[in-house]
Design a protein around this ligand. Sequence first.
Ligand code: NAD
Length: 256
Amino acid sequence: DLSGKTAVITGSNSGIGLGIARELAKAGANVVLNSFTDRDEDHALAQEIADVCGVEARYIKADMSKGADCRKLIEEAGVCDILVNNAGIQHVAPIPEFPAEKWDAIIAINLSSAFHTTAAALPLMRKAGWGRVINIASAHGLTASPYKSAYIAAKHGIVGLTKTTALETAEEAITANAICPGYVLTPLVEAQIPDQMKTHKMDRDTVVREVMLARQPSKEFATVEQMGGTAVFLCSDAAAQITGTTISVDGGWTAL
Ligand code: NAD
């Protein structure tokens, strides 16, 4: 039961971040949602979670590509017992053609943001005497694929940051771990299916199995609810001695 705890989830107005926010709220935690926009629908998501789960929920705009904004998010939240570093973007291109500004943006959003939020959140966790840092890495935090240099460097980097955070908090009631998802069916991934069907001249099932889930032995997408459930587990007492490690939720990807 996470009632009385507050979770800050970066990049949580869609996809995995929103799924994790929903599961943490269902488990009783108050949640702070975040992205770089400030639209009515962003605030409405927080209101919906508050109404459905009976917890406090709010949305705070902060751009995770900017260090000062990352720290401001935690300051504005005021309390941060559970920090979920989830914001992330992708760009696919061979290294010689990889735009330098895309490299910088991916390193900033997918890696450096977690440094800044962790730096701001650890003093709050120490004051509370309890804390959980959950970094959303990827199967690409443990293995590589061509053409995703910045993403893979950032995801391997966040696994390293996770281990260091764990060692610096090892003797306290604070843990730091990374969840490594395989392919997760988010709206973003769902939207790619029609294009892939056209490109490969395949029906939906075949394109999902043969193209999208080529490296995922289960041949099933993981779900945002499963990511949320894993985050809830990492917040439980059963997980109090799990720190500085990765949990793969990838249908066997990294076993190959
Ligand atoms: P998504 O695009 O639905 O979610 C990304 C979130 O990050 C969105 O809420 C977006 O608004 C936010 N974001 C982007 N730039 C931001 C910025 N500058 N400041 C603040 N927020 C920003 O994608 P998703 O699939 O839910 O991805 C979430 C995380 O999970 C990412 O770190 C991604 O690398 C990781 N991941 C996803 C998959 C997958 O298959 N979907 C697999 C492995 C890892």
